[in-house]
Design a protein around this ligand. Sequence first.
Ligand SMILES: [Zn+2]
Length: 440
Amino acid sequence: MIVLQPSWIWTSRGLQTDWCVSVEDGRIVGLNPPTRHCQVDQKLPGRLMMPGFVNAHSHAFQRAFRGFVQRTDGGGDFWSWRKQMTTVANRLSPEGIEAVSQLAFLEMLEAGFTHVGEFHYLHHQPDGSPYADPDELARRVISAAQGVGLKLTLLRVAYERNAPGDPLSSVQLRFGDKSPEDVLAALERLKACSGDGVTIGLAPHSVRTVSRSWLQALSGVDGVVHSHVSEQPMENEACQQEHGCSPLRLLHDAGLVDQRFCAVHFTHPLQGDRDLLKRQGARVCVCPSTELDLGDGFLPVAERKELTLCVGSDSQTLIDPFIEIRSLENHGRALAGQRHVLGAGLAEQLLKAGTLNGSAALGAGAQGIEVGAQADLTCVDLRRPASFEVPPLEAAVFSANADWVSEVWVAGKQVIVDGQHPGREAICARAEQALRGLLH
Ligand SMILES: [Zn+2]
């Protein structure tokens, strides 16, 4: 057993000062006010301890083109970005995918994330033919996460076509499956890899790329279901034309929208969608930094206020949970022209979005810091002028950034010490080799 004593702990019953948290076999076994008899193993002065952040939507390989995709001659939109993305997706070898995924996962841990939902759609060789092991690339991503010590929910993507009436293009063959049965078979095989920090879920990519009959065939699966929903107006128009309803309604009628469901983006919801999502107890994953980078738009104010939100780093434009969570409020303010859009207990609400809501969206429960919960813990070091005399929760939510993260534990194992992962150099060296020449 190890006993930790940070200056503050954000527990499920509020902020506690100088309390001790005891960890054994990956779980929290004690949470106590300070006493003279408390044998502390690690004192953490000036630290605010909170549950680990959860990155509910990630495409790890997209870390490969950070910066390159921001270079431009002017113009461009989501669709021109998508073209650049498929180019990179087809150049990466299995080793390259593992190396760049591990680089992204390293950055996530150092930023305070302890669990990622990896929306994984690179399945085959670039010409569409399977690898000798048909799950080679999924296993590479799993190995990258396990190697660095990050919890992973691998959301195995189903990808059928380019668009309604338009089959996969030559650059999308790597993403595609031949039938929903192939997707279900892959899910079954991958479930054999679960355990040791890994769980498996399903991700129909979007209603643009997956037809109604496939959605229906996939609806009986166990585990969480995530899908890109109404990210772009063009997606809504195509769905209205093909099915006469919104993307969310189509997913619902196929049997996929319930408490296990998470709508990613939801930037352009249609009439009735908000109530439907709320009624079904499903969640929304907002990816503010990516949505701004791609020019997707903003989740509307009413959806922000009424739905259960979590966050994701998506295209890895940046990996910083503090920026993502405060954008949930700040973008709402810009849209509404007023302050405190999300209402009372703002700092707690935003921390909850970054931690507990994401955890629930990945099917891992939402306990927070309390006895019996998994010891996924992140410390923010508030010993700096920027947080001097600032209330701790508000300092973390409104001033901090990823560099303020000092210690991280995943399932009771300390993976970040003094803000760094011990494998940082080796992981960066491997990624450098994988990325060399990829985009120049
Ligand atoms: Zn995405």
